[in-house]
Design a protein around this ligand. Structure first.
Ligand code: FE2
Length: 257
């Protein structure tokens, strides 16, 4: 089983590079399943029904999210629909949406960290209770762990090693170079990165971000324009035991061969 996990897709530029690259990538690399974080897909803030469909039509099978999934209220009714959209599982009971789904015998889980983030339920215990509730347990389990702190993400990888096939970080929009398979078979990277405008501050217009830093007053941050980068990882998993065999980065940016 070969899975591609794509870093946070930022606005229309991000959607456009996905639709232009992904169909060929899927075919060339013989990818079975594509997962992408889509919480910044609609104008850089949240997700809408139409942008979700755009991603699904481009070849993405499951859309994960994080704290920004609530930014565009239009998506709320669709979080409980047939559309394959996830929000972090460790929100309080009763919040709209779902935190995991199973497609083609693969379970995809969306989880959120707490360090420098909202005070959600403990993500470690949320995974314990999810994994112990599964009977039978799917052999392949993939987790998008949306969080700020590197330490919390690495700690979670040790905690889940051997219990999930892959744990990948999202949210910081900066791709990390620490892809590895942990000793008991969990593939890991601290952050997938960002799919969107290259000449930007993590996807937003650099001049607007600088104005915010220089003045300390609220400034609307539009999605930047111009050439785009694409950040992802490709993970090979043994379907007989759910152990990851390899994880490699698949990235492109302007000027890269
Ligand atoms: Fe986020």
């Amino acid at each position: 089983m070969r899975v591609l996990m794509i870093g946070d897709i930022m606005g229309k530029p991000g959607r456009d590079i996905v639709s232009s690259l992904l169909p060929r990538l899927r075919e060339e690399r013989q990818i079975d399943l594509v997962i992408a974080n889509g919480e910044n897909t609609a104008g850089g803030r949240g997700l809408t029904e139409s942008t979700a469909h755009e991603l699904l039509d481009s070849g993405i099978d499951v859309i994960t999210s994080g704290n920004h999934i609530w930014d565009n209220k239009e998506i709320l009714p669709f979080l409980d629909s047939h559309l394959p959209i996830l929000r972090p599982i460790n929100y309080p009971v009763g919040v709209a949406g779902r935190g995991y789904l199973i497609t083609r015998d693969v379970m995809v889980v969306n989880l959120m960290a707490r360090t420098f983030m909202a005070s959600l339920d403990c993500p470690f215990r949320a995974m314990d209770s999810l994994l112990s509730s599964l009977d039978p347990k799917p052999s392949i389990i993939l987790v998008d762990f949306h969080g700020e702190a590197t330490s919390e993400k690495v700690a979670m990888a040790w905690y889940l090693d051997g219990r999930v096939s892959a744990l990948v970080g999202t949210h910081t929009h900066v791709a990390t170079a620490d892809t590895r398979v942990f000793p008991k078979g969990t593939a890991y990277v601290t952050d997938l990165g960002m799919t969107g405008p290259y000449n930007s501050v993590i996807g937003s217009d650099k001049d607007a971000v600088l104005k915010r830093f220089l003045t300390q007053i609220p400034v609307t941050l539009p999605v930047a324009t111009g050439p785009c980068q694409f950040n992802s990882v490709l993970i090979d998993i043994d379907p007989t035991n759910g152990r990851a065999k390899s994880i490699v980065r698949v990235d492109t940016h302007p000027g890269k061969e």
